[in-house]
Design a protein around this ligand. Structure first.
Ligand SMILES: *[C@@H]1O[C@H](CO)[C@@H](O)[C@H](O)[C@H]1NC(C)=O
Ligand SMILES: *[C@@H]1O[C@H](CO)[C@@H](O)[C@H](O)[C@H]1NC(C)=O
Ligand SMILES: *[C@@H]1O[C@H](CO)[C@@H](O)[C@H](O)[C@H]1NC(C)=O
Ligand SMILES: *[C@@H]1O[C@H](CO)[C@@H](O)[C@H](O)[C@H]1NC(C)=O
Ligand SMILES: *[C@@H]1O[C@H](CO)[C@@H](O)[C@H](O)[C@H]1NC(C)=O
Ligand SMILES: *[C@@H]1O[C@H](CO)[C@@H](O)[C@H](O)[C@H]1NC(C)=O
Length: 394
């Protein structure tokens, strides 16, 4: 069963390797996070009960590579656990998939001699493996991921409870993927409780399905934003809904003397490639409103902010990353003009999202020169398997 599981995993991983179409040529659409498992660049520790096995394959580069032409590579460590946890493979020990495969195989030959297992010990060992590995490899900008296979959740409410450790890891931007290998729904729920949102998998004894889910989970973990930026999602109320390859962040400009150009410059200096945000759909408009209100309502009422729309050389244009030409507002695309706008005398005007009296939705409105503190929103391309970044280095 064990060998079959691994073999299947290796072959099936291959089947899911075809790249998801990446950024569309259509400049007016927001790209879904692209992903190709071959280009994964993560630091992964697999946590596995001695009697279980796990899957990981088809990643083209395993193991740290110093100053490579293509910096995208994935390091994999393995921790096995029962009533104690053993680091079977240090993060930077595996230099190829066959190395990893051997590590897994040998770690599985140790027969489980006990029916006690503490995920907490495994998580601690994984945390240490990630920390020690980073110290040796200097892979500071690689997202840390723990894949935890668990059939049981023991030690709840005791000093051996995994929850506080999981919470600490998640607070430190580690993604925890859990795979509950049990049909007991109480145990499943307990195991799922330690996962990062949306990363709680259940082994339904359907290996192809599980491998596909794990692949998607890893691709999704590789799609991340700079610290304190948030990822644009299809549903602003659902942190596990479809993620786009776009990150946004709102900022406050203190002092009214700065104008629109200040906001442009500020975005560009906050994160390389960032620019004042555009709105190509009602969905993104609504997402950004919700985010800005959640972030700023304590200080600003109503919450009004600049987006990257301005009138330049006789047309309305959206900002782009520095060095790229601005793109014209699509006359047939989304916009949210307030009543009576845009007006003809609009030279040099820029646009803010403002509350228009009598209207429930926030709409586009002239932004006169600001006299007090004011808000603006920037966007930047998220990292992904197809887009290597230094977002985690800062
Ligand atoms: C777990 O293993 C470590 C090293 O292998 C050992 O020092 C420690 O005493 C063990 N803990 C338990 C509870 O067996
Ligand atoms: C472990 O197994 C022993 C007997 O084999 C049993 O008495 C004990 O209850 C089991 N413990 C757990 C946590 O399942
Ligand atoms: C990192 O490595 C240095 C030596 O290279 C060592 O002094 C230090 O204790 C290590 N830190 C951790 C957290 O292992
Ligand atoms: C999100 O929730 C708010 C209420 O909290 C609701 O007004 C809004 O319509 C919801 N958005 C979506 C896309 O469901
Ligand atoms: C959130 O989105 C995910 C993925 O689309 C979906 O499976 C889940 O049911 C959604 N949750 C809620 C509360 O709508
Ligand atoms: C533009 O024209 C409208 C009337 O059509 C007027 O209310 C507004 O003040 C004018 N704006 C500027 C900047 O001149």
């Amino acid at each position: 069963m064990r060998a079959i599981f691994l073999l299947l995993a290796v072959s099936i991983f291959g089947a899911f390797c075809s790249p998801i179409p990446s950024i569309s040529d259509d400049v007016y659409s927001d790209p879904i996070c692209p992903g190709n498992i071959k280009n994964l660049w993560l630091d992964v520790v697999v946590v596995v009960r001695n009697t279980l096995t796990q899957v990981l394959g088809s990643i083209s580069t395993i193991g740290p590579v110093k100053y490579p032409a293509d910096p995208r590579s994935t390091c994999v460590g393995v921790v096995t656990y029962d009533d104690n946890a053993t680091t079977q493979s240090q993060l930077d020990a595996s230099k190829s998939f066959s190395d990893l495969y051997n590590v897994i195989q040998s770690s599985l030959t140790a027969v489980d001699s006990t029916n006690t297992s503490y995920l907490s010990l495994a998580l601690l060992a994984a945390e240490k493996a990630l920390k020690d590995g980073r110290n040796r490899t200097y892979r500071f900008n690689y997202k840390k991921v723990i894949i935890a296979f668990a059939a049981d959740y023991q030690g709840q409410g005791t000093a051996l409870d995994a929850m506080p450790i999981a919470n600490r890891l998640k607070d430190n931007a580690v993604t925890i993927i859990t795979v509950a290998c049990t049909s007991n729904s109480d145990k499943q729920a307990a195991i799922q409780g330690i996962a990062s949102p949306g990363f709680d998998l259940v082994d339904e004894m359907d290996t192809p399905k599980l491998v596909k889910q794990l692949t998607n989970a890893l691709l999704s973990a590789n799609c991340f934003c700079p610290e304190e930026w948030i990822q644009y999602r299809s549903d602003p109320n659902n942190s596990t809904s479809t993620q786009y390859g776009i990150c946004v962040r709102g900022y406050k400009a203190t002092g009214g003397s700065y104008g629109y150009q200040h906001a442009i410059d500020y975005c560009a200096s906050a994160v390389p490639g960032a620019y004042l945000a555009n709105e190509f759909s009602l969905n993104k408009h609504a997402f950004m409103i919700k985010y800005m209100e959640t972030t700023w309502a304590w200080e600003f009422s109503p919450v009004e902010y600049f987006i990257g729309l301005s009138y330049q050389h006789n047309q309305w244009v959206w900002e782009q990353t520095t060095g790229q030409a601005r793109i014209p507002l699509d006359p047939n695309g989304f916009s949210m003009w307030a009543p009576g706008y845009p007006q003809k005398n609009s030279t040099d005007q820029v646009i803010a999202i403002q509350q228009w009296s009598g209207h429930p939705k926030q709409e586009y409105f002239w932004a006169p020169p600001q006299t007090n503190d004011w808000l603006f929103i920037c966007q930047v391309q998220s990292s992904s398997t197809e887009h290597y970044t230094n977002y985690l280095e800062n």
